[in-house]
Structures are given as structure tokens and as C-alpha cells.
Write a protein that binds this ligand. Structure first.
Ligand SMILES: *[C@@H]1O[C@H](CO)[C@@H](O)[C@H](O)[C@H]1NC(C)=O
Ligand SMILES: *[C@@H]1O[C@H](CO)[C@@H](O)[C@H](O)[C@H]1NC(C)=O
Ligand SMILES: *[C@@H]1O[C@H](CO)[C@@H](O)[C@H](O)[C@H]1NC(C)=O
Length: 183
């Protein structure tokens, strides 16, 4: 009897692990149509921000902020470098907080008040007229060193996340604001 119970438990483990993780957000009703229309769409569940680095100029230095990190989403299989520098332009609609595309433009990010918000298109292959995106935020624990005026970028502060990989769940899934342009 005991053994039977153990076997049942062992058998149950791979099955449970094979099931997709349940997202932390609630799906809007309209998303259900997109899901039923898109074959094999895997919802973004969570992500890891890896190797986050930011350089911020001193007040008298005209250089742009530089941001560099890697975004990994095991649920959708995305792994992409993300950067911000003086050549970066917002890929979101004007009038909203500027958001910047990662090398894989399925992922965008916002950096505001030391909080990094990651936005990932849900079902990017969907032909549905309405686009959806998942988002979640992390506040990297930054460790900083000052940079002097004779370094490449000049006077400022070079910071990196003391946590190399920061895991986070997507906490919302909403219609994409640039719907009309992107879909
Ligand atoms: C600047 O950022 C863009 C992304 O906005 C990136 O494609 C480019 O490689 C970056 N340039 C440098 C010099 O890092
Ligand atoms: C850079 O500047 C700092 C002071 O701001 C000075 O101590 C250092 O020697 C300089 N380094 C070089 C390579 O010029
Ligand atoms: C993400 O959600 C899962 C399941 O709800 C939970 O176990 C996990 O702790 C969450 N991760 C983070 C980083 O909040």
C-alpha cells in the first residue's frame, strides 16, 4: 500500500512538471478569442532579467544613460539582449511612457524610477486584429561605482545588479496600446 502510494507520487511528478505554468495574471475575455485562433500560442508566464547594468551620467555630463541586460523567458523560449543608449528611440505610441525594443522586438522595456518594466507581446504570431501584451516589473538591487571624467563616457555612475538573474512573473496581460500600428 505504502509502495503503491510512492509509485503514484513518482509517476505524478513528471506529469506535473510537463504542464505549463499558470500565469499570475487574469486573462481578459477578448484574449480568449486570440488564443483560440492562434495555434500553439504559449502565454508568457514570467521572465528573468540577467546581468542588468546601467550607466548614468553626472549632472554636468551630456552623455545618454546606457542600459544593458539580457531578457530570458523560459515559457515562450525568448532570450534576447536589451539595450538603451543615445541612438535608442521609443517604439511605443507617442504620448505614453517611452518604451524601448530589445533585439527581439517581441520584448520591450521601460526604465523609470529605478524600476525596469518588461513588456512581451502575447501570441506574436497571431493574425488577430487585437494585440495583447504581458508586463511585469523588477527593481534591480544596484551596486554602483563612480566613473571619472577621463573614462569613455565621462563622469557618472556605473551600476550593476548584485543579483545576477532576477526572476519575475508577468503580473498583467492587456491589449497592446500600439494595436493599430503593430497588428
Ligand atoms: C544602442 O542601442 C541599440 C538598441 O536601442 C542597439 O541596437 C545598439 O547596438 C546600441 N549601440 C551600442 C554602441 O551599444
Ligand atoms: C583619471 O582621472 C582621475 C581623477 O579624476 C585620475 O586620478 C587618474 O589618474 C586619471 N586616469 C588616467 C588614465 O588619466
Ligand atoms: C511566480 O508565480 C509562481 C506561481 O504562482 C510562484 O510560485 C513564484 O514564487 C512567483 N515568482 C516570483 C518571482 O514572484
Amino acid at each position: 500500500m505504502m509502495l503503491h502510494a510512492i509509485f503514484a507520487l513518482v509517476a505524478a511528478i513528471p506529469l506535473a512538471a510537463a504542464l505549463p505554468a499558470k500565469p499570475a495574471y487574469r486573462l481578459p475575455m477578448a484574449m480568449l478569442n486570440v488564443l483560440s485562433e492562434s495555434d500553439g500560442c504559449v502565454l508568457p508566464v514570467g521572465f528573468v532579467v540577467q546581468n542588468f547594468q546601467i550607466w548614468t551620467p553626472a549632472p554636468n555630463n551630456k552623455q545618454s544613460i546606457n542600459i544593458d541586460f539580457e531578457l530570458i523567458d523560459d515559457s515562450t523560449g525568448i532570450s534576447t539582449p536589451c539595450q538603451f543608449n543615445e541612438t535608442s528611440t521609443s517604439s511605443g505610441p507617442s504620448g505614453l511612457t517611452a518604451r524601448y525594443a530589445c533585439d527581439n522586438p517581441t520584448v520591450q522595456f521601460i526604465w523609470e524610477d529605478n524600476v525596469l518594466t518588461v513588456i512581451e507581446k502575447a501570441c506574436p504570431g497571431s493574425s488577430s486584429a487585437m494585440g495583447f501584451e504581458a508586463s511585469g516589473s523588477v527593481k534591480p538591487p544596484l551596486t554602483c561605482v563612480p566613473t571619472s571624467s577621463n573614462t569613455t563616457f565621462g563622469a557618472g555612475s556605473a551600476c550593476f545588479s548584485s543579483e545576477y538573474g532576477i526572476p519575475q512573473n508577468y503580473t498583467s496581460l492587456q491589449p497592446s496600446p500600439q494595436d493599430a500600428q503593430q497588428y
